[in-house]
Design a protein around this ligand. Sequence first.
Ligand SMILES: *Cc1c(COP(=O)(O)O)cnc(C)c1O
Length: 397
Amino acid sequence: MLNTTDELLEQAGRTILFTAARPDIVMEKGQGMYLWDTDGKKYLDFIGGWAVNCLGHCPGVIADALNRQASMLINASPAFYNRPMIEFAKLLTDISCFDRVFFSSTGAEANEGAVKLARKYGAKFLGGAYEIVTAVNGFHGRTLAMMSATGKKHWEDLFKPKLPGFVHVPFNDIDAAAAAVNENTCAIMIEPVQGEGGVNLADDGYIAGLRRLCDEKGILLIFDEVQTGIGRTGKMFAYQHYGIEPDIMTLAKGIGGGFPLSAMLAKEKLNIFDPGDQGGTYTGQPLAMAVGLAVVREVLAKDLPGRAAIMGEYIIERLKELSEKYPLRNIRGRGLLIAFDLPDASGEKVVSACLDEGLILNSPRPATIRLMPPLTVMKQHVDDMLDILSRVLGKIY
Ligand SMILES: *Cc1c(COP(=O)(O)O)cnc(C)c1O
């Protein structure tokens, strides 16, 4: 017999280690732009599995890829190549400026790989330089090293001692970045759009300046594209907006469409790990490889980056209309990574009221609302989202 929602919630309260305040909802099913909970209530999903489900919920291409691969080969160990791993690495290097790929399962893990690679480069070519300059309000994941890398104020005193070797500078401030680089620096690591930081776009001049600075100093430029990669910002990779090439790029979230998968891509000159330096039981895991291959092929075949650009403009246009009636400020975004500010710290209140009405939004900061729907979102979904949002804003403001 199936447990009722109340029984499930009661068990969750007793068994799940508390890490986040979750609403009293148990999600059970997803399809396209929608989720359903165990009471059968339907939700319009504008966070898309946290900027992950780029093809929407339960797309056929993922189900098919999993089924096919699961009956062929699930795991042969990281000691061997497998077919989808090689095909996927070829595809990713064909469509990007990079030559080499290391696969892992989460964004934090891909970023750890990038940091290790940069430190290896520093050890080999830069006289032992190991420091990495990162941005205030950046986000790179929740492993201990990535919490050290992340310039988030209220993480500063957590889990001490932190991993040394990270210097945090204000975002979009090229002078601050230049001032932070010294003979110990091996790399600069940033998100081209700070996602968790509230959707802050890097200026063109800032990125050009960082590339120039790295070239002058002979250090590496690392783009954390865990959130911005795979079409999210209206191009396949966000670096393509800037006319520059990073030395290393990390991908996760959208690349697996919901399956745990991440990748670190690097230029040929960074093919410098010695055996044992880097690895992982699940690197190149065949199920993940088959899914990633299918997802990226689908994103390309349907030109979802192009769609993201068009739909993003439509959402911003509609939000601007809404801002004539309600106090939405700083409407901003790139492709389908969009945010706006409220006049006060009502973010969670708006999110929770929308949830009651069957709409899922996110508040990454107290006065900010973020939208990151699947790349397959249609105008009708946007209009439905705005109907609910304006109703909710009408009650609060
Ligand atoms: C989500 C995110 C991460 C962390 O990814 P996980 O899969 O949660 O480890 C890292 N960097 C950025 C930019 C992210 O948005």
